[in-house]
Design a protein around this ligand. Structure first.
Ligand SMILES: Cc1cc2nc3c(=O)[nH]c(=O)nc-3n(C[C@H](O)[C@H](O)[C@H](O)COP(=O)(O)OP(=O)(O)OC[C@H]3O[C@@H](n4cnc5c(N)ncnc54)[C@H](O)[C@@H]3O)c2cc1C
Length: 421
């Protein structure tokens, strides 16, 4: 059995570690934070997982929070006209429900579980020298340390990275006592899109202490109307500003925040980062190579909720590639090929879809959303594809193909209506 070292205990690193352990591979996971430190940390994300990523966790027996609180079964989108007015509403149901679990409860539980399943966990912050030592010790070293560690180890891929600055300023908060924003007959993510200003979302969320609550993410276009959280000092101020946003942009949701508040001082965040795709193979000073995974190499803005999902999919793909590779050496060529296969099958669609949502909607996409507000199957398709962005292609790039898709869905709905009458 191959001996594999994984640096970083986030979604990418942990998922890969569990998948490898399920096949008996010796795995050592290096984490710079202990379970207690992770549990007590500030939130780092809003954590929504779509169907396939949830399924991977289910298959590995890691779905400890399933059945506690609401799983989301779809999406409910309001598009504002002028701020404060609703121009359009689209909703739809997904085939496989998703959920959002506080990473501060998920990763500590998983770290204990990994050791129980025979994995070795080493609590140590790795630096470049540490990576050199690991590259000598393990047959393969996978670096999954997220967006901030080891700057320069994985070179920016300019061709695949259109952004040179943050596209959105981010704010997130976990809320208690809030009435859900979705008006669907099933639990759903709520999206409010304010063209020219940005977007905000609410989702059912499993809080580390309180269990089922709600999480909100704001994606503010820098300098525009939603961009008012950057200098907030505490939870009360964050929440007051959120109420202000809802009052100004979607007053039909305002009363649902009555009596609500942020759960505690470590459950809100503000920030921003530049989305970036990096080359997947990092070369150490000695010439040895390590493989990057997750945000370390494919870093997208969270507007489409893809980061954790992409990390899970990439970990799953890497696990399969390791298994298929048998006893052969993990060469640089193998690393390049394995990563490129994932990019071509999934990564490029995840990234393109995210970047599409960061840009003003094209006329044919506006047409699609208009049609989806009336044709049920198009609303379902729109939200179901968030978990599988490759399914938006090729039609989403073409006005003609989008039009054909709309016409076909409308015909099918008329036929179904006539059949049902
Ligand atoms: C505001 C916000 C909202 C988001 N919402 C969503 C969402 O709803 N859905 C979604 O899919 N994605 C979302 N994301 C994106 C998601 O959080 C990331 O894509 C995801 O966490 C990436 O996982 P990862 O395992 O690659 O990295 P990380 O989660 O960053 O994990 C890296 C780990 O490595 C450890 N580490 C770092 N340096 C070292 C070192 N030197 N030595 C050892 N360990 C180290 C860190 O402590 C950490 O535990 C959101 C992001 C943000 C900022």
């Amino acid at each position: 059995m191959r001996d594999i070292g994984i640096v970083g205990a986030g979604q990418a690193g942990l998922l890969l570690a569990f998948a490898l352990r399920s096949e008996g591979y010796p795995v050592t996971l290096y984490s710079d934070r202990t379970p207690e430190q992770i549990f007590n940390a500030r939130i780092q994300a809003t954590t929504y997982l779509f169907g396939r990523a949830c399924q991977y966790e289910r298959e590995l027996g890691l779905n400890f929070w399933e059945g506690q609180g609401d799983h989301s079964q779809g999406g409910d989108l309001d598009i504002c006209g002028a701020p404060g007015t609703r121009a359009l509403r689209v909703y739809g149901r997904v085939r496989v429900p998703g959920m959002a679990v506080d990473l501060r409860v998920k990763y500590p539980r998983w770290l204990g579980e990994l050791e129980r399943r025979g994995g070795t966990v080493v609590y140590h912050s790795m630096d470049s020298q540490g990576l050199e030592a690991l590259a000598s010790r393990h047959e393969l070293v996978v670096v999954t340390t997220g967006r901030n560690s080891f700057p320069g180890l994985f070179e920016r891929d300019a061709e695949r990275s259109p952004h040179t600055r943050p596209a959105r300023n981010l704010a997130a908060m976990v809320i208690r006592g809030m009435r859900t924003w979705n008006d669907t007959p099933f639990p759903a993510l709520k999206f409010v899109l304010a063209p020219g200003h940005g977007e905000y979302f609410s989702m059912p969320y499993h809080d580390r202490i309180r269990g089922p609550e709600t999480c909100i993410l704001v994606e503010a276009i820098p300098g525009q109307g939603l961009d008012r959280f950057g200098d907030a000092r505490d939870a009360a101020e964050m929440f007051a500003r959120m109420r202000g946003v809802v009052h100004d942009f979607s007053p039909w949701l305002e009363s649902r925040l009555e009596g609500a508040s942020i759960v505690d001082e470590s459950s809100w965040l503000v920030g921003g980062f530049t989305p970036m795709v990096r080359k997947p193979v990092g070369r150490l000073a000695s010439g040895k190579v390590v493989l990057g995974l997750g945000d370390a190499v494919i870093l997208n803005d969270p507007i489409a909720g893809q980061g954790l999902n992409c990390a899970s999919k990439a970990a799953h793909a890497l696990f399969e590639a390791i298994r298929e590779w048998g006893d052969r050496p993990f060469t640089e060529g193998w690393m390049q090929e394995t990563s490129e296969r994932f990019w071509q099958r999934e990564g490029k669609y995840i990234t393109a879809f995210t970047n599409l949502l960061l840009s003003p909607a094209s006329p044919h996409m506006q047409g699609f959303l208009g049609a989806a507000s009336e044709v049920r199957s198009l609303g379902d398709l729109f939200f179901d594809n968030f978990g599988e962005p490759q399914r938006f292609w090729p039609w989403i790039d073409s006005a003609e193909q989008t039009q054909a898709l709309i016409a076909e869905a409308a015909r099918a709905e008329v036929k179904q209506g006539a059949g049902g009458a």
